[in-house]
Design a protein around this ligand. Sequence first.
Ligand code: CA
Length: 400
Amino acid sequence: MTFLLRSPLLLLSAALLTAPAWAQQIPDPAFDTCLSGLRAPARAAGVSEATFTQHTQGLVPDMGVVEKLNFQPEFRTAIWDYLAGLVDEERVAQGQALLLQHADTLARVQERFGVDPATVVAVWGVESNFGQTFGKSPLLQSLGTLSCFGRRQAYFRTEFYATLRILQAGHIAPERLVGSWAGAFGHTQFMPSTFERLAVDFDGDGKADLMDSTVDALASTANFLARAGWQTGQPWGFEVKLPSGFSASGEGRRTKRAMGEWAARGVQRVDGSPLPASGSAGLLTPAGPQGPAFLVLRNFDAIYSYNAAESYGLAIAHLSDRLRGGGPFATPWPTDDPGLSRAERREVQTLLIARGHDIGEVDGMLGDKSRVAIRAEQERLGHEVSGRAGQKLLKALRGG
Ligand code: CA
């Protein structure tokens, strides 16, 4: 239901497109007409007249979100860049500290929903950087705009009505309801309709508050996974070694085969231990058979359903293993220029500034300005001019 719109990957790309502030506050007669037309269907969807009036009066569109909806990334982010930024030492250390800090809550969550602490905290870390990145778009404005302009209006209207119902029920104060440009909000980055289905009041104050209650947020994440078919006590999967010449063609997350069949084909765990005696799994080779390979079980599908992207599922799965004390993947990615952690991205930005480039703030997000500077440096260094920063560029910049 929420799929690609919530992908951190796309949010990152879309963050590069920011409409000028003046463009965001202009009243628009077409928008007002559209909103008036939504009053009756909103009513039919359980939004009272009073709620609708209260929250749409004076609402102006933000056409920047329509641009973001239409934005096509210039190039695909390689899986090793994606994971290097999402699962880095910083996030592992922070997640481990939060596992301790919230140990009691997480234990109660596990008891109630059957999902282990590391998995819940890994989702939290990837979705909102443990509650530090919620997005900055007021939901009423962004979802109101997307209900009236651009493609997929029917989808966004159902989310707009859900937003109004959440406000009507008093779960979250209107001024706190701010999220991604596409309407995902809070610690768990749920869409409003997902909130209505799955948000849980776990601290007992009568409200499911995914903005300001960590307890509610952790429980709601576990509830999501439980409802997505989480199997208590089962792993998401594990990294495997493929025998040389192995053909992974036609294999994938959905093509589940018995463990015995994988074993018979020579697939082994990377630590040399045997595959489980029973159960079934699909084979993921996100960078082809030369890169890391994984057998994924039913629980990977539950994680996948959070955002409908395998790279995203792998980030959460891997982060959960790292939080449990596991190491990096045993098989290197098939590249001679691995990706950068967020600390390394900040270092690249600092080095670019030192070389006189105006890239704005050092934030670890390699946005448009950083990419222009990266291209200039790649040209100067005689590297391939890609605008992508990897270990090669970092080393070269450190060298001056
Ligand atoms: Ca609550």
